[in-house]
Structure formats: structure tokens, C-alpha cells
Ligand binder design. Structure first.
Ligand code: ATP
Ligand code: MG
Length: 451
């Protein structure tokens, strides 16, 4: 505490003197502004005037020096008083250096945390105990396509929609579990994504969520899994097929011989049945053998348009009698790809046969559209039908060996798994999707530089 009159110190208590390290005499000969940091002196003058006029009520902060030249932060209040019969200013200055240092450390820490959050490539979300979001990082806003206003302070259930995740998060917020990792699906920016979240208790404050987008990995795993399954089923079926091939050939040719030897009429029908069924079984076995064929295909450089035209020609008669209209949009400048002609023919034929039976199911005059395109380094072929389409849950399963919706005896469910095997061996991709209107589209993509 000190008193100033006519711009000079006239009194100071011991605490004040101790703090600035001057004796009373030294202080009385000091101009108060000599003790103030030059950058702050004008501000101090203005604030002191405002405070004396009653405009300002909160203490003002400035930098001051003690005798040793050490800087300190001061929070000052002044009031107007009468001292020895004349107007004077009573000042009281608090040393807030420690507090200022703490504030600065806090600010620096906050900046550091902000920087860390901005640099972390994973999306981070901090949720308070009240289930409202405290903060998120840049990666989170990018991934979720949201901004700060839509996230901070909002209930987490408006941002993350998976019920099982919210339930687990609650367990963490209620201190029932320290950490939970789980996987969930959510549409982000209009696309279905798979995310892995690591949720951790964050002291008393709430929970920290670190989210990782694993959509691509999961898709890759699914494809690998399918390829794996295909190859093990392939090995198994190769063995079975070889075993069945010989006896079946025997049944087919012996029943043929029997039929040629003019059997009695009552037996002829049964023998014909035996012959036809054995032939059907033989063709299934042939399919199995193709499916499990191990040898490398013979590859040559071909324009896929040619193979497609051959396949359509092969089915032209059936299309005509079954009232199926076929339209082709074949890119004339389609680059050649290196493929095995017979295998590719089989792929396209299987797809066309499937489309035929799908369209026959809904009994309209069918329409099949075949399109070839060049797309970046790929050649794509699509077959679009106007059949019933494929239920969403079956879109991937149709490529599984033995997956069929046809009645017993009508289909083996091997057609598309053979296609899958062949296309994958060629370094390409095959997938199905439903058309916006009706029907399904099968797409085959092959790399132009495939070996
Ligand atoms: N164009 C399509 N439209 C609707 N469903 C389809 C289409 N193509 C295939 N499917 C579905 O995929 C299943 C599997 O096809 P896949 O060719 O592997 O076997 P399949 O046709 O049933 O039998 P196979 O080919 O041995 O005669 C079909 O049973 C059918 O349910
Ligand atoms: Mg088929």
C-alpha cells in the first residue's frame, strides 16, 4: 500500500517497500513511473484515471520492476483519499507474478494439447461425464464432415449413432469399465464406413475416444477371406470331382448303350432318367473341376468386346425365343487386356446365364444391357438386367461357392464363384450391385496391363 500526492510517493507500508526493495527515503525520491515497464506505463496512467473517476472497477495488471531490476506482475487498485488535508491517491498493488506464470504455463499447455490434437491423424473426441462432447480434433471434423459448432457441447448420441457404442461409453462414464475397444459402422459424408474406436476413462473428466477408419482393411480382409475359402473348397472339390468323374462317365455311357439296345418301353423311361441325371451330375463335376483348376491359364492380348460378342452370339437364339432384348454399348477404342479367352468367355457366359434366369423369374420381356468402358488403367464390363435384383444381404454372398437361390437341381451355386476365381487370378475385380430402378448389374474390372 502506498500514497501518491502530486505525482510523487508520500507514503508506503513495509510490505510494499520490501517488495520493490527500496528504503522509504529512496522511494520518496522515485518517480512512480520509473518502476513501471515502459510498454505498460501509458496504460497504467489511463487505467488509474478511469479508476479514480469511478469508470473502472477491476484492478489493472502491469509489469513493474524492483530495485534489483527483476520484473514482476502487479494487479493494482487506486482510490482517491484526503492525506494531510490534501487530495491524494491511495494505491494497493498485489504481486501476481506467480499467478501470471501459472496462467502462462496453462496457456502454453493448452496450445501444446491443441497442437498435439491437430497433429494426431486419428479422429479424437473427448466426451464429458454428462455425455456432451467437450472437444474434437481436426481429423474428427474431416472424417465426420462436421464443424466445431455441430460437435462441441452437443450430446454425443447426436454425433455417434451406433447404440452398442453409446451403451459401452456410458459404462466408462459411470466408472464401470476403464477402457473398451469396439468396432461400429456409421455413414460418414454419405458413405457407409467401418470404424474402430478406443474409449478410455479420462480421470474425473469423462472419456477419450480415438477413432480409426478401417473400412478399406475390412473390405480387403473380406476379399481375402473369400479367396481363401474358395481355394480350400477348390482343393476339396477337386478330390471329390476326380473320384466322381470316372463312375459318372461309366453311368452315362452304359445308360446310353442300354438306350441304344432298344429296351422294353417300361424300362426306357427310367433309363432315360438315369442317363439325363447322370449327365447333369457329370456337368456339375465338370464345373467343380474348372473351379478347382490349378494350371495357369493361357493368356493372350484380346479386346474384351470380341469375347462379349461371341458369348452373346452363343445365347442369341435363347434370347430371341425368350423375348430378351440385348443392347450393347461396346467402347470401340477399348484397350486390349491379357486374358485367357476361354476363362473370360466362361465368366461372361455365367453372368449372362444368371441374368437370363433372373429375368425369366419376373416374366417381363427382359432387357440386358452390356457396356464396356475404359476407366483409368482399367477395362470395365457391366451387365445390367431388369430382373428382380439381389437382396442387399446377398450382394456379397452370391460369389460364395454353392450359394444359390435356385430350386434344388436347378443350380449348383458355383457359377459366380468360378467367375470370382477367374477374375481374381487375372488381377481384376468382380462385384454386383442393384440398379436404381430394378434388376442387378454385375461388373468385371480388369487391369489393362494385366499379366
Ligand atoms: N442377375 C442376377 N439377378 C439376381 N440374382 C442373381 C443374378 N445373378 C446371380 N444371382 C443370384 O446369385 C446366385 C448365385 O449365382 P451362381 O451363378 O453362383 O449360382 P446359380 O446360378 O444359382 O447356379 P449355377 O450357376 O450353378 O447354375 C443365384 O442363385 C442368384 O440368387
Ligand atoms: Mg449361375
Amino acid at each position: 500500500m502506498y500514497i501518491i500526492q502530486d505525482g510523487r510517493f508520500v507514503f508506503a507500508n513495509h510490505r510494499f517497500l520490501d517488495r520493490i526493495g527500496l528504503t522509504e527515503d529512496e522511494l520518496l525520491n522515485t518517480d512512480q513511473y520509473d518502476l513501471i515497464h515502459p510498454e505498460d506505463s501509458e496504460m497504467v496512467r489511463q487505467n488509474a484515471i478511469e479508476m479514480l473517476k469511478g469508470i473502472r472497477t477491476t484492478p489493472y495488471e502491469y509489469r513493474a520492476y524492483n530495485k534489483a531490476g527483476e520484473m514482476m506482475w502487479v494487479a493494482e487498485t487506486v482510490t482517491s483519499i484526503q492525506y494531510q488535508g490534501r487530495r491524494a491517491v491511495l494505491g494497493s498493488a498485489l504481486n501476481i507474478t506467480e499467478q501470471k506464470k501459472a496462467e502462462e504455463t496453462l496457456k502454453a499447455q493448452k496450445e501444446l494439447i491443441d497442437n498435439i490434437l491437430a497433429t494426431i491423424p486419428d479422429a479424437v473426441l473427448v466426451v464429458g461425464r454428462d455425455s456432451n462432447v467437450i472437444l474434437a480434433n481436426t481429423a474428427f471434423y474431416d472424417a465426420f464432415g462436421m464443424n466445431k459448432r455441430e460437435v462441441e457441447g452437443r450430446p454425443v448420441s447426436e454425433i455417434i449413432l451406433a447404440p452398442h457404442l453409446l451403451k459401452s461409453l456410458l459404462k466408462i462414464l459411470l466408472d464401470q469399465e476403464p477402457q473398451i475397444n469396439l468396432e461400429f459402422k456409421q455413414e460418414l459424408k454419405g458413405n457407409a464406413k467401418t470404424l474402430v474406436v478406443s474409449m478410455m476413462k479420462m480421470g474425473e473428466k469423462g472419456a477419450l475416444l480415438i477413432l480409426d477408419n478401417v473400412t478399406e482393411e475390412r473390405q480387403k480382409q473380406e476379399r481375402l477371406f473369400l479367396t481363401d475359402r474358395l481355394s480350400s473348397i477348390g482343393e476339396m472339390s477337386a478330390g471329390v470331382a476326380h473320384e466322381l468323374n470316372n463312375p459318372l462317365t461309366g453311368i452315362v455311357s452304359l445308360s446310353q448303350l442300354l438306350l441304344e439296345s432298344n429296351p422294353p418301353e417300361d424300362l426306357r423311361e427310367d433309363i432315360t432318367d438315369i442317363h439325363n441325371e447322370a449327365q447333369r451330375a457329370a456337368s456339375i463335376v465338370k464345373n467343380l473341376l474348372t473351379f478347382s483348376r490349378k494350371h495357369a491359364p493361357v493368356r493372350e492380348s484380346i479386346q474384351l468386346n470380341r469375347i462379349i460378342e461371341d458369348v452373346l452370339l452363343l445365347r442369341a437364339y435363347e434370347h430371341k425365343v425368350n423375348n430378351i432384348k440385348v443392347a450393347t454399348h461396346l467402347a470401340p477404342d477399348l484397350p486390349e487386356v491379357v486374358v485367357d479367352y476361354h476363362q473370360m468367355q466362361q465368366v461372361f457366359l455365367n453372368i449372362v446365364l444368371n441374368a437370363e434366369s433372373a429375368m425369366a423369374e419376373v416374366k417381363n420381356p427382359g432387357s440386358l444391357i452390356v457396356t464396356t468402358r475404359r476407366l483409368n488403367g482399367l477395362v470395365t464390363v457391366s451387365f445390367s438386367d431388369d430382373g428382380p435384383g439381389i437382396p442387399q444381404e446377398n450382394l456379397h454372398r452370391v460369389f460364395d461357392p454353392f450359394f444359390t437361390t435356385k430350386e434344388v437341381g436347378k443350380g449348383t451355386g458355383l457359377g459366380l464363384s468360378i467367375c470370382y476365381g477367374i477374375v481374381t487370378q487375372h488381377g481384376g475385380k468382380i462385384y454386383a450391385k442393384n440398379n436404381a430402378g430394378k434388376g442387378a448389374t454385375f461388373i468385371v474390372e480388369l487391369p489393362v496391363d494385366s499379366q
